[in-house]
Write a protein that binds this ligand. Sequence first.
Ligand code: BES
Ligand code: MN
Ligand code: ZN
Length: 489
Amino acid sequence: MLHLTPIDLKRHAVKTLLIPVCEDQALHSDSVVGDLVATAMRVESFRGKRDQELVLHRPPQLPVEQVLFRGLGKADRLDPEALRQAAGKGVKRCIQMGVRRLWVAAPDPVAAGLEAEAALAALLEGVVLGNHLFDRYKQEKENRPLLRADVIVSADSARRYARLAARVEAVCRGTILAREWVNTPSNEKTPETFARSITAAAKKGGLTARVILAPELRRRKFGALLAVAAGSRNRPALVVLEHRPKRGRQTVVLVGKGVTFDSGGINIKTGPALGDMKCDMAGAAAVAAALLGAAALNIDRRVVGVIPLVENMVSGGATRPGDIVTSLSGKTVEIGNTDAEGRLILADAMTYALKAYAPEVMIDLATLTGACVVALGEAIAGLFTRDAPLQAELLAAAERTHERCWPMPLPEDYKELLKSSFADISNMPSAREGGAISAALFLSEFAGGARWAHIDIAGPAYRKKETAYCGAGGTGFGVRLLLDWLTKA
Ligand code: BES
Ligand code: MN
Ligand code: ZN
């Protein structure tokens, strides 16, 4: 749906045009767009301040039907994320106005003081991501997405960035797929049906896919994963996806927490937002979608996705607090709390990944702890790693994609919190404080010798309210981050 198009606005008939505008700096070198901005600035209520909006109908002497201006604020505070947001909000607004086909005037990066490719890519991302609506369960669709968006650039840029639109679309398709998976309610997303949905997409996308079902998980002794699955009549599954280029320079394993619903188990969750726990597979969704992106972009490393899928439920068969289970690694785990289930399934998935693929790098994404949301809020993920170069690379990718991460510590002495009187380790820390850290330390016990990073996405994976280029619900957080890292690091 996305195109970079060099058109002459004097001649080319355009129905709806979106123009981002700064309050104190001209951003557009195209003279027609410049004149339109000058007209907009004569309207007293519009100054180009951040988030200001103006619609002009039928500007004189131009074959344009309507123009939507979006304010970006001051030029010295302009960054790619401001363009992403302006494009996202602009597209959302146009969708509300019933627009199906949109033209967007891209700012001249030199005038904007930004790196050209990063600025253009961000604008394109905002357009594609802002165009996603999740209305599968509504009989009456209130709005319809754009069918096509043309971003207007110079002929020179159109040539130089000929492949950018397709690349952005491939990445954003991943983000959108992850959002759709997260938003799917748990009655239509059991471990086995989700596994099938992933493998169907994987096969279409050119990945190899394998699903290990309950009998084989039992035979192979995935004791920690099976303990979480025990309370649900929906059986668990482990999905393994692989992108294998001809000359892969290293093996990267991505692990994603896939709890299709987290009731808490016997330590049942209280509180009003239990329905949001359909989002507890957002790590799995991001990893599966990132693998599809890796294939589409033909990333030059071998990338393996290891995705444990379970439902954490309550029943006569459920695992009890106090139970001791033997994980795949051989380590025994005392289940101090059945609601600390994510680390159990990740422990077995990581052990499996190390044995089967001996990766140089292993990164897991998980909606792991409420404590991480308390620490960093809804918009920022916690990044845990002892590998300084890997940390720097991931932080750089987080900066570029605005999928923000903040470095968190892994202090050895806090391992004290995970001591069990009866087993090798407890899944329940002895203190509430530092809950995101103790959860990460639990995982670190299963990371072997690989360069490993853990990203706790409990906050940013799912948002109650819509944001500039995302609707309420699943955000697809992590897909752009991982693909940026895979591409640039
Ligand atoms: N899935 C939750 C964490 C979560 C919280 C995700 C909020 C998204 C939003 C996780 O399984 C959990 O229940 N963690 C417990 C751990 C505790 C029992 C040690 C928590 O954070 O309270
Ligand atoms: Mn839980
Ligand atoms: Zn959980």
